[in-house]
Design a protein around this ligand. Structure first.
Ligand code: AMP
Length: 278
């Protein structure tokens, strides 16, 4: 794996790679969920490129940028072991050079869920993703369903701006007990980790009820909330059952496919998870 630290160096190496090229962009804190995306990219492309960049503009002022898991050597080792050919580890100074003054804003769906809770978050995501796509020029880019809203926002960005890239979504990888893998799981104490299992349990209750014929949106949300609120260490930010594409909150009877998504704090740690119903 060739490690590059400037955009020019990356571009020179990228020009020699055979296509098609798959991209896996990450903030770091690499885990098996990330590596499943790399494996998917490896299986479908002649070359795999990655970017490792803890993008400050997608973190709010009181969020965890300063304590986000960052072990570059470990991240690079894991990415190399899974067959990444070329990686860019850019500096903040080069990504946001003096005078940088452009923001890419996707409307509509960014007002909801994580967007409502984290003002400016998706502007940070879409701006950096567009930059990374322009720098790396992949044929395909790999994103996780774990970040369901982010995935939809990026698809909208690509559609609206006619970006010549295929966005490939990969299913959420979980620990055997159901906890979705996340870089932020590293913050959890063992009691907090046990409490965090209520997310997958709550989604399981709703999925089972849905499979048994329950279609009332409020009842389905209530089932999840009950499971989360039974855990004293969990503070619910939202439980949403929304239209799968627009993410508009559903009322009354659910018809068609719906996205059940939740966000909580367990102690200081922000966790999100989701499952598709129908
Ligand atoms: P991040 O470094 O957190 O931005 O994550 C990089 C990519 O990995 C994003 O597209 C995430 O959606 C995806 N991802 C994170 N956790 C998981 C997981 N448990 N399963 C599958 N994909 C994931």
């Amino acid at each position: 794996m060739q490690v590059t630290r400037t955009i020019a160096e990356f571009r020179a190496a990228r020009a020699t790679l055979p296509g098609p090229v798959g991209l896996f962009p990450t903030l770091g804190g690499v885990h098996a969920g990330h590596l499943a995306l790399v494996d998917a990219a490896r299986a479908a492309n002649a070359s795999v490129v990655s970017t490792l960049f803890l993008n400050p503009t997608q973190f709010g002022e009181h969020e965890d940028l300063d304590r986000y898991p960052a072990d570059e050597a470990d991240d690079l080792g894991q990415l190399e072991a899974h067959g990444v050919d070329l990686i860019l580890v850019p500096s903040r100074e080069e990504m946001y050079a003096a005078g940088f003054d452009t923001t890419v804003h996707v409307g509509g769906i960014t007002d909801r869920l994580e967007g409502a809770r984290r003002p400016g978050h998706f502007d940070g995501v879409t701006t950096v993703v567009l930059k990374l796509l322009n720098i790396t020029t992949p044929d395909r880019a790999y994103f996780g369903e774990k970040d369901a809203q982010q995935l939809r926002v990026i698809r909208q960005l690509v559609r609206d701006l006619d970006l010549p890239v295929e966005i490939v979504a990969c299913p959420t990888v979980r620990d055997p007990d159901g906890l979705a893998l996340s870089s932020r799981n590293a913050y959890l104490s063992s009691e907090e980790r046990t409490a965090a299992l209520s997310l997958s349990r709550g989604m399981g209750l709703a999925s089972d009820a849905f499979a048994a014929g329950e279609r009332d949106a409020e009842t389905l949300r209530f089932l999840v909330r009950g499971e989360l609120e039974a855990e004293p260490l969990v503070r619910v930010d939202y439980v949403s059952l929304a239209h799968d594409e627009t993410l508009a909150e559903l009322q009354g009877e659910v018809t068609g496919t719906a996205l059940l998504s939740l966000a909580v704090h367990v102690g200081m740690t922000h966790l999100i998870d989701n499952v598709t119903l129908g």
